[in-house]
Design a binder for this molecule. Structure first.
Ligand SMILES: Cc1cc2nc3c(=O)[nH]c(=O)nc-3n(C[C@H](O)[C@H](O)[C@H](O)COP(=O)(O)OP(=O)(O)OC[C@H]3O[C@@H](n4cnc5c(N)ncnc54)[C@H](O)[C@@H]3O)c2cc1C
Length: 385
């Protein structure tokens, strides 16, 4: 196992200070290691996630070579040549587990914003004190965007949040964590080859969830209640002005509708599987409030906005992979983790084999299936599939 940094590198170096997992502690499970602390319904801090992964590396005796960056992987007659900062390796098979979130995804219009406005990505952001005083424009209303918008607003900086397509979820439903419902009801067990639109499922934004000891819901209604201003999707920059799409009402209704449908699915599952008595009564939540008026443009040179935080998602980095298996959108071409090149495999990607693959708790089943395939490939002792 080759790792360019230390074990749990992404958690040590690429996360902001206040982040906690949005998956509850009881869902922190890796093969043979489960959270066993006093607060199964809480959410791990970044330091706790790092310690958890370090412990896993120790108990699983993973043969990790840290401080070893892979700079190239090339196909050879009998496998792959892996070049690293500490020499070369010849391998019959390679598993790509380099992560789905190696780089923040920032739209090209960032280049058109005036230099007077500081720009940050979640990789640069650590805490509000690093930002100048004054207004902040947070772009993107998925898990990262809603969490940073709330933290910045509470720090006394007026926040405008630019909202595009998003996934609204309550933190708890009928007394249970909403991710308990995903887990138990089988929604997260849906296989990649059963998903209607797999490309879309793999690109779905992260849900508007935050892990706090109070298990609070952090949807757009919660944000407006603390004073965050909502605008539409940031569409263009013209003459130093940010232009936002209108139609927030439609964007909100769609997210509300999808949430309602999901809650209906949960209710139906609880009813038909005899679990109704275990949980509270069905709940319905108020629709997302549409502000009386929303701004369609914002003058970025006026001094009102001093910083922009791009919470527009993350993407993988396969710059080191010299095998033609990456599509035009920068995503690996694979079938349930079996990459489009004999002996090449992937783990740790969104909806790799099931919906739960997007999260840490999905790795056990995925790894078993992918490694089964890999073992058969090696046993067959041939280079075709
Ligand atoms: C902001 C954020 C919040 C998240 N919150 C949650 C959550 O609450 N719950 C949850 O289950 N999941 C969460 N995730 C997803 C989470 O990152 C994954 O579940 C988990 O960390 C994936 O582990 P991984 O090992 O596949 O990828 P990573 O953690 O990205 O690890 C990949 C490793 O590969 C190394 N690497 C990359 N390229 C090279 C190279 N060329 N040479 C050598 N080494 C290399 C990196 O240094 C890194 O250590 C979150 C992700 C992000 C970005």
């Amino acid at each position: 196992m080759l790792e360019r940094g230390q074990v749990a590198n992404s958690w040590r170096t690429e996360r902001w200070d206040s982040l906690r997992l949005l998956t509850p502690n009881w869902q922190s499970r890796l093969p043979g290691l489960r959270y066993a602390g006093p607060d199964p319904d809480g959410y791990l801090t970044v330091a706790e996630v790092t310690a958890f992964i370090e412990r896993f590396a120790a108990v699983s005796h993973a043969p990790v070579r840290t401080g070893t960056t892979v700079t190239s992987v090339r196909r050879t007659d009998d496998g792959y040549r892996v070049t690293t900062t500490h020499g070369e390796l010849g391998c019959r098979a390679v598993v790509i587990a380099s992560g789905a979130c190696n780089r923040p995804s920032v739209p090209a219009l960032a280049g058109a914003a005036p230099a007077s406005v500081e720009q940050l990505t979640p990789f640069d952001y650590r805490d509000p004190a690093k930002l100048p005083d004054g207004g902040v424009l947070v772009v993107g209303a998925s898990a990262t965007g809603v969490q940073l918008a709330a933290e910045l607003q509470r720090s006394g900086r007026p926040v405008t949040l630019s909202v595009g397509e998003h996934v609204r979820l309550p933190r708890t439903y009928r007394g249970r964590d909403v991710l308990w419902w995903m887990d138990e009801s089988g929604v997260w067990d849906q296989r990649y080859d059963e998903v209607e639109d797999l490309t879309r499922a793999r690109r779905l934004p992260s849900p508007q969830l935050v892990g706090t000891p109070e298990r609070t819901t952090l949807d757009l209604n919660a944000l407006t209640s603390i004073g965050v201003e909502l605008t539409g999707r940031w569409a263009a920059v013209r003459d130093g002005r940010a232009l936002f799409s209108g139609g927030l009402r439609n964007v909100f209704s769609l997210a509300d509708l999808k949430m309602r449908r999901l809650l209906d699915t949960f209710d139906e599952w609880a009813r038909t599987s005899g679990r109704d008595a275990e949980v509270g009564p069905p709940e319905r939540f108020p629709p997302t409030g549409v502000p009386p008026s929303t701004r369609l443009h914002l003058d970025l040179g006026s001094g009102e906005i001093r910083a922009i935080v791009w919470a527009t998602g993350f993407r993988p980095d396969y710059g080191w992979l010299d095998v033609p298996v990456v599509d035009a959108k920068g995503q690996l071409r694979h079938e349930g983790g079996v990459v489009d090149s004999p002996g090449l495999y992937a783990l740790g990607l969104p909806v790799l084999r099931r919906r739960r693959s997007t999260f840490m708790c999905g790795i056990e089943d995925d790894a078993r299936a992918v490694i089964d395939h890999l073992a058969r490939y090696l046993a067959a002792g041939r280079t075709d599939r």
